[in-house]
Structures are given as C-alpha cells and as structure tokens.
Ligand binder design. Structure first.
Ligand code: NDP
Length: 453
C-alpha cells in the first residue's frame, strides 16, 4: 500500500471506526485515484477525495411499529446523503438484519461513482434498516414500511433525494413506502423509483440491473472478439439481480448453472433453462421459498448447504467460463477468486455491490481476466431509475423497447468510458481503475465548479 493510501486510510479508520466495509470501499477507490491526484494536483489541493469520503448528511432514526399481535418492535432507520454535486441523492434502500452505518456508507460511497458513470444527473445516497422482511406477513411489511416513511419523508423529494430498492426492498415494499409518502405529503411525485407500472414506474426497471450486468459482460467479451453464446455461467443469489441476469444470459445463448440464497446453492449441470427460471420466479417472488426447493422439482440438480466452517464458497469452485456474483458484498474472497481462475473462469461481471474482497480483486487483476467491478457492471439498475425519473418529469412513459435500447446504450457508454479511461491512465484492461477514475472525474469537476460547500 502506498504512503498516500496508507495515510488516507489511517485517517478514515480513525474518523469512522468499526466500519470495515466502508474502509474497504475507500481503499479500493483511493488506490485507483492516486495516479489522478498526481496528474491533477488541483484535486488534492481542493481535498476533493477527502470531501467525497465524508457524507454530506447522515440521518439515523428510530422506527417503532406494532405487529398484528399488538407487539411493539423497534428498528433502526438510516439515510446516507453522500454527494449531490451532479444531481439529487439517488440510491437504494436495503432492509436486512446485517444493515448498519458502515455498510450503508460503503454502498453510498460506491453509488456516487456508479451514478456518475451512468451519464445521468444523479448524486449518490443509500439507506435502509436492520428490519428483516424474510418470512414476515404482508401486514407486518406494510406496517414497517409505513413507520419507516413517517420519518424518511422529511428528508427526501423528487429534486432532493430519490430512494429505490435494494436487498429486501422490491416492488411490494416500494409500493407501501410510496403510498405513505403520498399520504403524508399530499402529492404524487416521482420520489421513489422501482414503482409499479400503473403508478409511475418504468418498464424494464425490475430487469435493469441483471440485464445491464450481462450487457456489460457482452461488451467486455467483444473486446476479445467473443460472445456469451455457449458460455457456462456461475450466478449467485436468487433475488432481483440474479433472476434477470439468468434471463438475459438465456436470451444471449449462455448456460447458467448455479443460483443461491443465504442457506445454500444449487448446481444444475443441465443448465437453468426458461422453464426452470419461471419456477424460480414463482418460488422467490410469489411463494417466497428457499432455493433448496429447486432440487425437489429438478432432482438432477444438486443442493449444497452453506458450511460456515469452510474458508471458500463451493459455488465458485465449478468449471465454468463466466461468473456473475449477484447476492451481496464480500461473497468472493481470495480463495474463491483463485478457484474461479483455476476452473477456467475468464470473465467476472458483478451484479452485486462489492461482492469481491480486495484479495479477490487483486487475483482477478493479476490474472488479467475480464473483470467488471460492480460500480460499472451493475449501474444499469440505477440508470433505468434515472430514466424512470425522466419519464416521471415528462409525465410520459417510454415503451419497453425504448427503455431497453437506452439501457443498452448506457451500458455500452459505461464500458467504453471505463475501457478508455483505464487505457489513458496507463492501465489498459483494468476496469477497476477505469470505473473509479471516470466516475471520480465528473464528480470532482462539479465539486471544483461549485466551491467549498
Ligand atoms: P434481493 O433481496 O432481491 O436478493 C438478494 C439475494 O442475495 C437473495 O437470494 C438473498 O438470499 C441473497 N443474499 C443476501 N444477503 C446474503 C448473504 N449475506 N449471504 C448469502 N446470500 C445473501 O436483492 P437484489 O437482487 O436487489 O440485490 C443483490 C445485490 O445486488 C446486492 O449487493 C445489491 O446491493 C446489488 N444491487 C442491486 C440493485 C437493484 O436494482 N436491485 C442495483 C445494483 C446493485 P436470502 O433470500 O436467503 O437472503
């Protein structure tokens, strides 16, 4: 680690103790930006990076709610308004028991660079709660969402801060949150994205992150004269991102063979085809069941339960060509990255945010595989959220084809920008540097223009 990164990180750790995911995200970006700060000392003089690291505003609040049995529950609520240099704060809400300040700060920090890459005018934010929606009745979910919004509504607005979904927050939760916002404010605005189609949502928004991640992979392959046709693909997760990653992989002629949830993963050597994917959609989105049920329906597949005593994840230890981590942060460690490379995987396109830890990233870079980091590869979700905002402002809806072609264009632009930026800073093929530097430059220049605020 260089002197610059080391001293920056020492300060970040002292000011933000016990936030390891945030430290990790800052380290990765700082390592890429060193070369930029050397080339353009004005950014260092204006302390642009130091300012980006400090959220513009952090809101934490109590979320008390009463369930159908009359029992009172208290959760923590958060919204991190990280950076508004290029547009209103924008980023998802995560409802998961692991949610804490450090995790949301890492996500908000990543979001600043990601949103900048989309070419759309969106700043960065993230929020959520330690509430666990898993296995809860619709009534409990509604009561919690309403309670959450009775505080959040003061801080957000269509030109201020526009949240969306993330882990544990899908169409159902966005609906309850939107309903409460509308009631409290007495106005119908595009204050959230991921809305239902008949009340302000955009076509392709549910599909956008997964589709975009596969489009990004296709662009990376194109640089080597390759396509996804016939490629065997490992996919983790089985939620929103994983589902639509598999759908687009199938459309592009690839063969997805794995999916997972927090209890375990399935491996289907014959491939997860359209019919099997429909079963997954029903299992996960309607019945809200576990991935293990897949092998009851398709007994040729193998289910492996999570084994916390292992120092690697067996999902990443199958022979394959491409990998699409789409569950959560740090799901690929150094051992997993070694296994992937050893098993012939030459492309990793990250649907999840920061799914690979720093050891894993270095192994991918050292082995010169095509590695698309989350802030570039999964930017399709927020990009279509940006398109949903644009449609809301126009009070007009684009067709499915229109939104999908804009999404494809944006993913191509992000790829080209990352590819060319990596090259122009002397690290050709390094999409990590490309994404961090290109994302940074737009925000940094806006901050320089707007003065010290
Ligand atoms: P969902 O809640 O729809 O699905 C999450 C999936 O990942 C579930 O299968 C879940 O399993 C699994 N998972 C979650 N946490 C863990 C864990 N700690 N260990 C193992 N498995 C886990 O979320 P999304 O699909 O929306 O999000 C997945 C990833 O993609 C996240 O990193 C998110 O930040 C990122 N992302 C999402 C975007 C979006 O538009 N939704 C946009 C950009 C990035 P289980 O059900 O058992 O918890």
């Amino acid at each position: 680690m260089s002197e610059f990164v080391n001293s920056l990180l020492t300060e970040v750790k002292a000011k933000n103790p016990a936030e390891p995911e945030f430290h990790q995200a800052v380290q990765e970006v700082a390592e890429s930006l060193e070369i930029v700060l050397e080339r353009y000392p004005e950014y260092r003089k204006s302390k642009i990076l130091e300012r980006i690291i400090e959220p513009e505003r952090v809101i934490t609040f109590r979320v008390p709610w009463v369930d159908e049995q009359g029992e009172i529950h208290i959760n923590k609520g958060f919204r991190i308004e990280m950076n508004s240099a290029i547009g209103p704060y924008k980023g998802g809400l995560r409802f998961h028991p692991s949610v804490n300040l450090g995790i949301l700060k890492f996500l908000a920090f990543e979001q600043v660079f990601k949103n900048s890459l989309t070419t759309l005018p969106m700043g960065g934010g993230k929020g959520g709660s330690d509430f666990d929606p898993k296995g809860k009745s619709d009534l409990k979910i509604m009561r919690f969402c309403q309670a959450f919004m009775t505080e959040l509504f003061r801080h957000i607005g269509p030109n201020t801060d526009v949240p969306a979904g993330d882990i544990g927050v899908g169409g159902r939760e966005i609906g309850y949150l939107f309903g409460m916002y509308k009631k409290l404010r007495n106005e119908f605005t595009g204050v959230l994205t991921g809305k239902g189609l008949n009340w302000g949502g955009s076509l392709i928004r549910p599909e956008a992150t997964g589709y975009g991640c596969v489009y990004f992979a296709a662009e990376m392959l194109k640089t080597k004269g390759e396509t996804l046709e016939g490629k065997k693909c490992l996919v983790s997760g089985s939620g929103n991102v994983a589902q639509y990653t598999v759908e687009k992989l199938l459309q592009m002629g690839a063969k997805p063979v794995t999916l997972s949830d927090s209890n375990g993963y399935i491996y289907d050597e014959e491939g997860i085809d359209r019919k099997k994917l429909d079963f997954i959609l029903e299992l996960k989105n309607v019945r809200r069941g576990r991935i293990s049920e897949y092998v009851e329906k398709y007994p040729n597949a193998v289910y492996t339960e999570v084994n916390p005593s292992l120092n690697y994840n067996p999902l990443w230890n199958h022979k394959a060509d491409c990998a699409f981590p789409s569950a959560t942060q740090n799901e690929i460690n150094g051992n997993d990255a070694q296994n992937l490379v050893k098993n012939g995987v030459f492309l990793v396109s990250e649907g999840a945010n920061m799914p690979t830890n720093i050891d894993g990233v270095n192994i991918f870079l050292d082995n010169k595989i095509l590695y698309g980091p989350g802030k570039a590869a999964n930017a399709g979700g927020v990009a279509v959220s940006g398109l949903e905002m644009a449609q809301n402002s126009m009070r007009f809806n684009w067709s499915r084809e229109e939104v999908d072609s804009r999404l494809q264009m944006i993913m191509k632009d992000i790829h080209r920008n990352c590819f060319e930026t990596a090259q122009s800073f002397g690290t050709p093929g390094n999409y990590v540097n490309g994404a961090n530097i290109a994302g940074f430059l737009k925000v940094a220049n806006a901050m320089m223009d707007q003065g010290v605020i």
